[in-house]
Design a protein around this ligand. Sequence first.
Ligand code: NAD
Ligand code: UDP
Length: 389
Amino acid sequence: ASPSSTRIDLDGNPIKPLTICMIGAGGFIGSHLCEKLMSETSHKVLALDVYNDKIKHLLEPESLPWNGRIHFHRLNIKNDSRLEGLIKMADLVINLAAICTPADYNTRPLDTIYSNFIDALPVVKYCSETNKRLIHFSTCEVYGKTIGSYLPKDSPLRQDPAYYMLKEDVSPCIFGSIEKQRWSYACAKQLIERLVYAEGAENGLEFTIVRPFNWIGPRMDFIPGIDGPSEGVPRVLACFSNNLLRGEPLKLVDGGESQRTFVYIKDAIEAVLLMIENPARANGHIFNVGNPNNEVTVRQLAEMMIQVYSKVSGTQPPETPTIDVSSKEFYGEGYDDSDKRIPDMTIINKQLEWNPKTSLWDLLESTLTYQHRTYAEAIKKVIAQPIAS
Ligand code: NAD
Ligand code: UDP
């Protein structure tokens, strides 16, 4: 649809152009959501973040077709009095801001808890006080570990979906002990979910909570030493991309046995747009957003990425394709892991008629093509540089 044609919601009603206050708009998900809103809708975006590198292409030059519909406000929501005014200007608030890389959860637990709970509080409060609709980004990690993970290894019940399928309105939240600081993130996200939900129940806040299940694609995180710190540890897609770009073995944490389902960012963004444009169907709901058909172990992900990268870059896979590392060595003390994450899709299917489309192979092919095109030359230069003495 072109931005000028009137958009229609799932119930056949025309959609009025909205002003959206998007907090964390400069991140991975925010950049894709801004892109979608600019190219396919006539909604306006007040884009708030401390960085704008990932949305620069949408902000400049002034002659872009959506000129005037997206405005960037560089601010840290921790300490900026402009936040309240920007929320007041909007019809809808989307909060994406968070510290959300596992390497931080056990090494910077205070920053993680403050970012995911304390810093989100004023946003919820202003929305509730000024009757603004809120779409809050939580995480699939609020489910923690599966019930099945506590059964004996050889129990046949482990194969029964009742023991692993993650359902918004049924599954419990199961975290490790306090010493396992990995769970600081999940716990902070759980408490902010409960707060948003309670604001809905007691004060009538119109809200939607999103639980992303490993959304991946271009612009996710950073490549260490290129557009992020050399010692930084991003999420698995960027870690493995970095290894592939440098021709190094991919590091499998604790054997790479954990299971994940990966969804293509462009599929997931379709779901978010449906939430934005169908408030009557989305309000009061918590939605899993993932692709239950794309389940792999981390080891299988590594093997597939090696194959795909070899194809798209025309290079040979490294002689030693993978190496095992302990989680203590890789992440430090206090790391723990989610064993398995398959989203139940019943609620989002019913409310928003959404289904993911892209297979894991296809999404890796387009993502690794992007990684190669964006970073291969820069990596070559860095590798060629003599180490400073
Ligand atoms: P991201 O790190 O790329 O984006 C977060 C953005 O928020 C960053 O640009 C960051 O600069 C900004 N931000 C953080 N603190 C801020 C502050 N105090 N003031 C202003 N801006 C601030 O991460 P993402 O993958 O785009 O994730 C967005 C949201 O989705 C997060 O809430 C995250 O917990 C959630 N989530 C994402 C995934 C996924 O698969 N990508 C999975 C689970 C949950
Ligand atoms: N992982 C890995 N090697 C890496 C990076 C991550 O084996 O270089 C594993 C990590 O231990 C976890 C999975 O990959 O089991 C997914 O990690 P990610 O950081 O993407 O986030 P998560 O899905 O745990 O939130």
